[in-house]
Design a protein around this ligand. Structure first.
Ligand code: NCD
Length: 309
């Protein structure tokens, strides 16, 4: 039985296979409409979510399967003091596969040890978000036609942003990725990621404080929200929340084929005037997230090879 807890649980070949499958689903949706007939996905979300939970549920429904949902800690027995381990053991009696989001780092890993069915980490605290990473990789590959030879700027909350941590790890296995980290000092990438990814693999990276000084070199700009819920101190959040606001003047020197990604939700960091620019990819990214989750659910259920040509 396979789980997906950390983006590095998947080999580069497995990622390629998932992205190819997602491309095929996009091209031939009808082929996949009954693949998960009579299968059930449980979404156990102990932290707020719109896109991730809905995209998992939409993915399962489009595969012909069914969905059981816990949408908040308050509405589940977690509020009565039930442990993650027990909740998962129970849910795995009802469902064939579980997508789980939890504020505590490592909770989905613990869940996987107790579960009788595959567990997908849908975000654990400030740690990982592997299905967002698959979404991001699919988006970059569809926009750029490649996952090698890319200059990518990560901008905003690089300290608490789990989507950033997971994508950096996943990209470290592709050739000639140039990383530019754009953040205030307080929101720099955690040391453990710098060590685990860049230092151990001898991958160079730059750290800068403004978008302006690097925008002309970027192929991909990955914007992020300052993660209010992970701050200890409200005053720090208020001071840092609007450090970066991407607007039209900021794109003046950008490449014509720049791809702007954002895992969403957006707060203020991208002006709405950018939404209609052809370089804005964040709503396409949302849609890609559904297709890549369809590919992942099928694969973890062992059904990916059962689809007829
Ligand atoms: C992200 C998350 O939950 O980490 N959202 C998402 O899943 N698309 C990003 C965020 O909340 O800022």
């Amino acid at each position: 039985m396979r789980h997906l807890i950390d983006p590095m649980d998947l080999s580069v070949e497995e990622i390629d296979k998932l992205l190819n499958l997602a491309d095929d689903i996009i091209a031939h949706k009808e082929k996949y409409q009954d693949v998960c007939k009579r299968k059930k996905l449980a979404t156990l979300f102990f932290e707020p979510s719109t896109r991730t939970r809905l995209s998992f549920e939409a993915a399962m429904l489009e595969l012909g399967g069914n969905v059981l949902s816990v949408s908040s800690a308050a509405s589940s027995s977690a509020s009565k003091g039930e442990s993650v381990a027990d909740t998962v053991r129970v849910a795995s009696c009802y469902a064939d596969i579980i997508a789980m989001r939890h504020p505590k780092e490592g909770a989905p890993y613990l869940a996987a040890m107790k579960s009788g069915v595959p567990i997908i980490n849908a975000g654990d605290g400030g740690h990982n978000h592997p299905t967002q990473t698959l979404t991001d990789l699919l988006t970059i590959r569809r926009e750029k036609g490649r996952l090698n030879d890319i200059t990518i700027g990560f901008c905003g909350d690089l300290k608490f942003g789990r989507t950033v941590h997971s994508l950096i790890k996943a990209l470290s296995r592709y050739a000639n990725i140039h990383y530019i980290m754009i953040s205030p000092e307080e929101l720099e990438l955690p040391e453990y990621i710098k060590e685990e990814v860049f230092e151990q693999k001898n991958i160079p990276y730059e750290q800068v404080r403004t978008i302006d000084e690097v925008i002309d070199r970027l192929d991909v700009l990955y914007m992020t929200r300052v993660q209010q819920e992970r701050f200890f101190n409200e005053a720090d959040y208020i001071r840092l929340k609007d450090t970066y606001i991407l607007d039209m003047p900021k794109l003046k020197n950008a490449k014509e084929d720049l791809s702007i990604l954002h895992p969403l939700p957006r707060v203020n960091e991208i002006a709405v005037e950018i939404d209609d620019d052809p370089r804005a990819c964040y709503f396409k990214q949302v849609l890609n997230g559904k297709y890549v989750r369809m590919a992942l659910i099928m694969t973890l259920l062992g059904l990916a090879d059962s689809v007829k040509e």
